[in-house]
Design a protein around this ligand. Sequence first.
Ligand SMILES: C[S@@+](CC[C@H](N)C(=O)[O-])C[C@H]1O[C@@H](n2cnc3c(N)ncnc32)[C@H](O)[C@@H]1O
Length: 231
Amino acid sequence: MLYAELSSWWPVFSPPEVYAERAALFAEILKKACNPKLVLELGCGGGSMAWHLKKHFEMHLADISPQMLRVAAQLNPDCERFQADMREARLNRTYDAVFLNDAVMYMKTEEDLRKTMATAYAHVRPGGAALFVPDATEETFLERTEQGGGELDGREGRYMAWFRDPDPTDGVYEVDFAILLCERDGQVRCLHDHHECGVFPRGSWLRWLKEAGFQAEKIAYHSEMFLGRRG
Ligand SMILES: C[S@@+](CC[C@H](N)C(=O)[O-])C[C@H]1O[C@@H](n2cnc3c(N)ncnc32)[C@H](O)[C@@H]1O
């Protein structure tokens, strides 16, 4: 629902300004890794992160959701865009770097995550790198709530996201969003959206990246990220 019917609300909930600090960090990591000129973002969502990163690199954007790509296009009309599943995409070109932030957690199985790593590898030129930023690893996942929201052009949205792991042995956690939307006429509605996400041990991340062909390393910041270099 969040990435389809509610896509037009994305800039209300999550305006580009809130991405500035993390975007600066990702730009620094990518520059240090391979000094890229051209970067592909898989799972670009509404394009808010790309809006910052394009000040440093030429960005191409891919997402499985046509609605989210339309939102990304409004913010980034200057970026090439592709509707593509990160597990299957083959764009028949290579990039200096591939970037996945806040999207790779939708890979719920080892098979899907390995397919996504293969997609990244297929699109990184030799000497380039792929940066994977999952929400958490098995070692760092925390049950918690997060809240946020904002307003834009007379519309307001607020959400609370509840991260839970009812079965810590199955490699999947759940996120339930309670969403309040206030239209321009003042009418408020309340919606619920349920997401299921994959969480894997950091050792598996590193092993699967190596098996996909990358030289793999873990980068520790607030959360963990994984950098795969293509030799
Ligand atoms: C939270 S948004 C991403 C935000 C964006 N990466 C950023 O940092 O601003 C998650 C996105 O992942 C996309 N997504 C989920 N599964 C996908 C898949 N299999 N292939 C490509 N995109 C996918 C969703 O459509 C959604 O737009």
